[in-house]
Design a protein around this ligand. Structure first.
Ligand SMILES: Nc1ncnc2c1ncn2[C@@H]1O[C@H](COP(=O)(O)OP(=O)(O)OP(=O)(O)O)[C@@H](O)[C@H]1O
Ligand SMILES: [Mg+2]
Length: 489
């Protein structure tokens, strides 16, 4: 954060100041009072469970210089009509004050966080880089990330998310990007948008916001993304696995035993070998997007290849692969789910299991609207096609997966619908043997990451609780869903 006086903050936000106008905010801007630090600014927001205004005094006691609030609080504060709008105004002011900082935005239906984490690990090689924690990608997480920038910052690698038209354009006004990468147009939140063409309209707002001297980094393998070339004044740079004409490509893609892709990165500067540490072939296009972006920013081919091969998963519950001591493998991909990411995860599951037994514990895919039932049935068909040994559909909305799976008459696996994660663990008790692989995946709202955690520890009960004997280990509670990122509900 660049230092700002309370007088400046009041002026930038159009707010009313209560306190010393010369007091200076030097620390981070936060909306969680427990994270308030000396010199910081605490933005009070009324959440689903608590109202930040009740914690204003605690934040100041923890050292915060002031509070951004919408109603009076008994501590130094700037009162505004709307906190996200005030954060947006502050973030825009900060970005305008830092002309040496280059902004790159990443959007798409799947893979934004994974790609942002890859790209940040490359771009950090060029200079001080700010990138959001986890999936901070909405009207709260985005400005708070931008506000972390200071005079040392050279790059911001930002994740932009949308639940509807205008959202990405709004985020782009907060921190105008010079570079923008669009990964794919898929069914995530499709119910909210109305269809893939509407998703494409919204995602393309990123490239519409770019300046003529910027670059739009587009997935040549996705026709809806490639078509965005017509919507940007910026130079177009393409990437693609399947498109021979793409500028940045991959050849000879191979997966190791744990589903980690290695490939030859093909760029105008020549080829280079890459071995990703992420799991799943779907991370190849993500890596290409990150490579194309870093290349535009001036990173050399050797650094790109080396950086991709060294990059780790920075954000949790996305294709985390746990090998248990007893030889069972658990894939925790419980962060979110949509038809494309389930397909990608089932493909990885099948690969990891090789000829052995593969199980999937799948919760619902949220926000699919009219296509919800059909999409869940398709997941069932997919499970049968992948010849899974077992499909456990968790929750009512996921139950249509069973009908889909049973359409495949040659499938010999078992399909089961259970009400919740605990029942899924009961169903798997005594089932797993060395060599088996289990995938756990669902929309965020299903909170299956705790189920994956229990499975990964390998202490699922020896005797199913139905026998009255063993008790199942408790499923760890899910952390509350934050305001800072879009999450499928
Ligand atoms: N290119 C891709 N195609 C399909 N699935 C993908 C792709 N990249 C990542 N995924 C999968 O999508 C899920 C979410 O990944 P990630 O968090 O990177 O996406 P996101 O776009 O940031 O999601 P969100 O909209 O929740 O912010 C994970 O299961 C991940 O493995
Ligand atoms: Mg994300």
């Amino acid at each position: 954060m660049i230092p700002l006086t309370l007088a400046q903050i009041a002026e930038i936000t159009g707010g009313r100041l209560y306190g010393d106008p010369t007091a200076v905010v030097t620390g981070e801007v936060v909306i969680d009072s427990r994270r308030a630090a000396p010199g910081g600014l605490f933005a009070a927001v009324a959440g689903e469970r608590a109202d930040g205004h009740d914690f204003a005094s605690a934040a100041v006691a923890a050292g915060a210089a002031a509070v951004l609030a919408t109603r009076p609080v008994p501590v130094p504060s700037v009162l505004v009509a709307d906190v996200p709008a005030a954060l947006a105004a502050l973030a825009r002011f900060v970005i305008d004050a830092l002309p040496a900082a280059t902004v790159a935005g990443i959007t798409g239906s799947s893979g934004k966080t994974s790609t942002k984490d890859l790209a940040a690990q490359l771009i950090e090689r060029l200079g001080p880089t700010i990138a959001p924690a986890g999936s901070f990608n909405n009207e709260f997480g985005h400005p708070l990330t931008v506000l972390r920038a200071d005079s040392a910052t050279r790059y911001l690698v930002l994740e932009l998310s949308a639940r509807g038209p205008g959202h990405i354009a709004y985020l782009c006004r907060i921190a105008p990007p010079r570079y923008g990468a669009v990964l794919n147009v898929g069914h995530a939140h499709a119910g909210e948008f109305g269809g893939l063409d509407q998703v494409a309209r919204a995602k393309g707002e990123l490239v519409e916001a770019l300046p003529p001297d910027g670059a739009a980094i587009l997935n040549a393998d996705d026709p809806r993304v490639l078509a965005m070339a017509a919507r940007t004044p910026a130079r177009v740079v393409t990437f693609g696995v399947a498109s021979p004409e793409a500028c940045v490509r991959a050849a000879d893609v191979r997966l190791d035993d744990l589903g980690r892709p290695s490939f030859t990165l093909l760029t105008p500067e020549g080829p280079a070998a890459v071995a990703l540490r992420l799991h799943g072939a779907h991370h190849v296009p993500n890596a290409l997007a990150a490579a194309a972006l870093a290349r535009e920013l001036g990173l050399g081919l050797a650094d790109i290849a080396d950086g991709l091969s060294a990059a780790v998963a920075r954000s949790r519950w996305r294709m985390e692969v746990h090998r248990r001591a007893d030889g069972v493998t658990v894939i925790n991909d419980a962060y979110n789910a949509n038809p494309e990411s389930v397909r990608a995860a089932v493909a990885a599951l099948r690969h990891l299991a090789r000829d052995g037994r593969a199980f999937a514990v799948l919760g619902h895919m949220a926000e699919l609207g009219a296509i919800s039932r059909a999409s869940h049935e398709e997941v069932g068909e997919l499970a049968a096609q992948a010849d899974l040994a077992g499909l456990i559909a968790v929750g009512e909305e996921a139950a249509p997966m069973l009908a889909g799976a049973r359409r495949n008459r040659s499938w010999t696996g078992e399909a089961l619908a259970v009400p919740d994660g605990a029942a899924a663990l009961d169903a798997l008790a005594n089932q797993l043997k060395p060599g088996d692989v289990v995938l756990v995946k669902a929309s965020r709202a299903a909170q299956l990451e705790g189920v994956a955690a229990v499975l990964a520890r390998g202490d699922d009960p020896a005797v199913p609780p139905a026998h009255g004997g063993a008790t199942r280990p408790p499923i760890p509670p899910s952390p509350p869903r934050g305001l800072l990122e879009e999450a499928d509900r």
